[in-house]
Design a protein around this ligand. Sequence first.
Ligand code: GLU
Length: 446
Amino acid sequence: MKTSEIMAMLKAKHPGENEYLEAVQEVLESIEDVYNQHPEFEKARIIERLVEPDRIYTFKVVWVDDQGQIQTNLGYRVQFNAAIGPYKGGLRFHKAVNPSMLKFLGFEQIFKNALTTLPMGGAKGGSDFDPVGKSDNEIMRFCQAFMLELWRCIGPDEDIPAGDVGVGGREIGYLNGMYQKLARQYHTGVLTGKGMTWGGSILRPEATGYGALYFTEHVLNRAGKDIKGMKIAISGFGNVAWGAVKKSIQLGAKVVAISGPDGVCYVKDGMTPEMNDYMLVMRASNRNMVKDLADKFPAQAEFRAGKKSWSIPCDIALPCAFQNELAEEDAKELVANGCFCCCEVSNMGCQPEAIAYFQKHILFAPGKAVNSGGVATSGLEMTQNSQHLSWTADEVDKRLHQIMTSVFEQCVQYGGRPDGTVDYVKGANIAGFMKVARAMLEQGVI
Ligand code: GLU
């Protein structure tokens, strides 16, 4: 297999699908050498089969807004690969959603889910619906209209969606309610990220952020450092950023920045638990403005319009917002200001040039390893659902911690460099790929 040949073939077949092509290129570059040491993979054409999704559902979503106007959006579910378990992955509601974005996310999900040690295949879905400025009733009507089509594609042993950008507990509630109505199935197993009284797992809302911090701690400890007292710059203020801030505070670190599309809030003395709680109010308002934090806590937080979190001096950078949110110039600014570790929490949050710069100068770990605690805890939610019981917070947290340790160890095993350092990108990609490739091989040409 030659990365350049596969990429040329994919570029010709899928012109303009830039996010998808970027995600595939990164994985192929990492695995090329290992792949070529396994002629059985080449014989079974594993790569050619892995880079195309099993199927993509596309549907129209029509709903009525609060003004009585009829709105039309597009909905999708990309079922990418089910070699190691049923399709599993989130739903993204964002105005920029298109097939390329969901194919990149679905592709990444295959390897991420494989790393969690749990039996879950890769999928992603969503819509170009823009939740910004929408009322609660509009969100509900949209979710119901979306499920009117999606319900036929999913099922507890087939495909289990969850949240992602723009889809949190509230949206999962509306989606689940409509699913039950349509399917006349009252089990709890078709979506994860559910509410605590109807099948949800304790700690699922926190899990992506908590898992990211457990992974970051491992990276730091391996480099002989302690997270306590470290200054952390976080981007975004949604569910993932919220969980990351919460765990950072618990671990004694100082979160000096969170951000939004309008700018950054610089918090010189570190975020407090009260500020962390207020992030939930900010997200629920659908205003999408981080300035609200500085308005609420004017003595502690300073709003800087149009600036990113990467302009704030820190020890550790945790991108928690959106793909390609951290460019090469941001990476340079961070490193120049003393940052020595970037753990990517958002999916493909760093542009390829930024990753290359980080890898040359500081510690870097990729999203598919760092953020895998979210989907891992979805897997734990599925286990609890199928056993018809709920574990305690301690039980879930212990398992999440174990899983993040295992993800970290797999990265070290496959990404170790001769000088003793670790290429976490390579490690995560190879570890995830080997598991899926072997599963595909053993199950024949299907
Ligand atoms: N959207 C999350 C992710 O990117 C979670 C998916 C899930 O829980 O299924 O991994």
